[in-house]
Design a protein around this ligand. Structure first.
Ligand SMILES: [Zn+2]
Length: 131
């Protein structure tokens, strides 16, 4: 995935799933029936069938806050009502006069959970690309 593809996503189940798997290390089980009674996840092998607890990372701040803690992200409210998220150390090099919407280190969205999820995924993608 590219930065542009991540930024184009809407908050919702697809974004939640990406965050759960790529950042939080959770398995979104895909159960397969194997014979009469045996059911298992084809991704992690989990055989105990239970209801997937889906965290609304891109919609609820309680869930999104875990993403911020795990990746060391800073959350800044902007005076137009939007939210800006970046790696915490980026804060120190920002200048008040710059056009922050053009800064590739920053993610700006209407809600903090959405911005946290997208900044988190971009952080992870950059790390993975570096190896
Ligand atoms: Zn699984």
């Amino acid at each position: 995935m590219t930065r542009e593809e991540i930024l184009a996503m809407a908050p919702g189940p697809e974004l939640n799933k990406l965050v759960a798997e790529r950042i939080m290390g959770e398995c979104y089980h895909e159960y397969w029936k194997d014979g009469e009674d045996s059911v298992y996840c084809r991704k992690c092998g989990e055989s105990r069938f239970y209801h997937q607890q889906s965290q609304a990372y891109s919609m609820e701040i309680e869930a999104a806050w875990r993403v911020a803690q795990m990746l060391g992200l800073a959350v800044v409210p902007l005076n137009n009502g939007d939210w800006m998220v970046c790696k915490a150390n980026v804060i120190y090099s920002l200048r008040i006069t710059d056009d922050h919407c053009q800064d590739h280190r920053l993610v700006i969205c209407h809600t903090a959970p959405e911005a946290l999820c997208k900044a988190g995924l971009i952080t992870r993608l950059v790390k993975e690309a570096r190896g």
